[in-house]
Design a protein around this ligand. Sequence first.
Ligand SMILES: [Zn+2]
Length: 308
Amino acid sequence: MMFIDPHTHMISRTTDDYEAMAAAGVVAVIEPAFWIGQPRTNVGSYIDYLSHIVGFERFRAGQFGIRHYCTIGLNSKEANNEALAEEVMEILPRFALKEGVVAIGEIGYDEQSDLEDKYFRLQLELAKELDLPVMIHTPHRDKKRGTSRSMDVCEEHGLPPSKVVIDHNNEETVQETLERGFWAAFSIYPSTKMGNARMVEILRQYGAERIIVDSACDWGISEPLGVAKTAKLALERGIPEEQVRLACYQNALDAYGQSGQIKEDDWLNPPAIDQRTLYEGNSILRGGREPKIEEAKIKRSMDELIIE
Ligand SMILES: [Zn+2]
């Protein structure tokens, strides 16, 4: 079975993760622009970061057999630095139009401040203007209200729900997200957002229409095999294979495929891996390493299936 993980921060992950994901069946990942764990001090670091996720990271993933896409946006935390936010808004359009950019995101609310609201709305307008889907990050605190409000604002700006993915849903928010016609994504993120046994119960209760599973793996304690493990657990626990395929593959492709920048042919007929390939003069090889793909020892394994 093939999987797409439509929310991964691969710049924080190692090549072991790419190898383990590919071995578990992940064919493509989407890397949303996000908060790097400390505030950026100027627009230059934003420019380098966005160049990295549309450039070198896409190349690096390809060298390990995974197709890489990204979303472009100003995250909600940094929307609270108005001087920076203004400058970032200026540069977003030129990154949003690059190859492999499948949405504006992840945008939305963190503390639900006025500045977050301002830049969320401006970026919804940008998505409309560029005719791109939107990936919404919903807040950890006051999630239910923040999720409803995110959808209200999308509607106010005239975005069709079919072009908006509401991420980080849970049992409290899923029903409203689905009833209002949005895509409902779930991040299988240990300890905080969702475990995969809970995810299986959501699939049992709601089916898989417009439901998307992702790992949101990043620099925190997270699980790049979140999608593959959830799929395996769901099958083991009796969820029909077609529903698993929708939630762990097809729905993400349909939602982000509306950008015209991600299609099945990308991984069904991929370019051959040649680790001698250079990206702006540099390869992924370090210190005279032999340029080949070995059956590398997988450091992460699929043996421990439950994520709590
Ligand atoms: Zn994220």
